[in-house]
Design a protein around this ligand. Structure first.
Ligand SMILES: Nc1ncnc2c1ncn2[C@@H]1O[C@H](COP(=O)(O)OP(=O)(O)OP(=O)(O)O)[C@@H](O)[C@H]1O
Length: 254
């Protein structure tokens, strides 16, 4: 459960989680400190990103450890699950109106909030379109709008740019970058370019353990960038692979 703390950070302290009927923990003593701005949560399939996001979003309790957040942040969370579903007969506008209602946005701010969120994801002209009739990328953007329509202080997005075309991805990145000053945004992604463009902070999970947690500058020079610069990999990719190689060499994996 997320508890209050005086700092602006989200602090993840020794968080472990084991799914029922599983012997191996999905998260094993994870520590991270997420500042205001955009944090990328990286890691291979099955490394524990979704599990950690659901715990920070307050949807699961850790088996042990705790997550603490600045006062008020824990009550103001937006969450986009990886497989967000919604009744296909809802229109984009209805989805947003329903969300501001149950998120208790003051009545006189609701229509502005809905319009802003729809425009932020490039769906300002599609408010009357049914969710079920949107393309996959448009539907994803509608769900991002739904996660942020109440201006949460903590916005957690599980693979927000997956399935988007390059133009849409740029649009979503710009939207997230515009929230940097007011919101703690956590995104999980397999798209390293996303990290390079908008993230301030990086956390890498490997087999349920946190193997890197720091700002982008530190991520780009984890003990020296690998020697070869002609391997066709970007700086970010080299750093990511280096962090994983170091973790595996030092046995920080199961
Ligand atoms: N509902 C569940 N019940 C049991 N085990 C689960 C459940 N959900 C996830 N796991 C296991 O927990 C571990 C972490 O999974 P998680 O979905 O958090 O990883 P992830 O990093 O988000 O992966 P991906 O990049 O594929 O989305 C995996 O070993 C997975 O098999």
């Amino acid at each position: 459960m997320v508890t209050g703390a005086a700092s602006e950070h989200i602090d993840i302290n020794d968080v472990s989680f084991t799914y029922p009927r599983r012997s191996i923990p999905a998260l094993d003593m994870v520590n991270a400190h997420w500042p205001r701005g955009v944090t990328a949560l990286l890691g291979a399939n099955g490394s524990g990103k979704t599990t950690l996001m659901t715990i920070v979003a307050g949807l699961r309790r850790p088996t042990s450890g705790e997550v603490s957040a600045a006062d008020g942040t824990a009550q103001s969370v937006g969450y986009l699950p990886q497989d967000a579903g919604w009744p296909p007969s809802f229109t984009v506008g209805e989805l947003l109106e329903y969300t501001v209602w149950w998120r208790r946005v003051p009545r006189n701010q609701r229509s502005t909030a809905c319009r802003r969120a729809a425009e932020a994801v490039g769906l300002g002209h599609r408010e009357r379109a049914k969710i079920g009739e949107l393309s996959g990328g448009q539907r994803r953007r509608a769900m991002i709008a739904q996660a942020m329509v109440h201006s949460p202080r903590l916005l957690i997005l599980d693979e927000p740019t997956a399935g988007l075309d390059p133009e849409q991805r740029v649009g979503v990145r710009e939207t997230l970058a515009s929230l940097k000053d007011t919101t703690t945004v956590i995104i999980s992604t397999h798209i390293i370019d996303d990290v390079d463009r908008i993230c301030d902070h990086v956390t890498v999970l490997n087999d349920g353990a946190s193997v890197f947690d720091g700002d982008v500058a530190a991520f780009l020079s984890p003990g020296g960038t690998p020697a070869s610069r002609d391997d066709g990999r970007s700086r970010m990719e080299r750093s990511y692979l280096q962090v994983l190689a170091d973790a595996r060499a030092s046995g920080t994996q199961r």
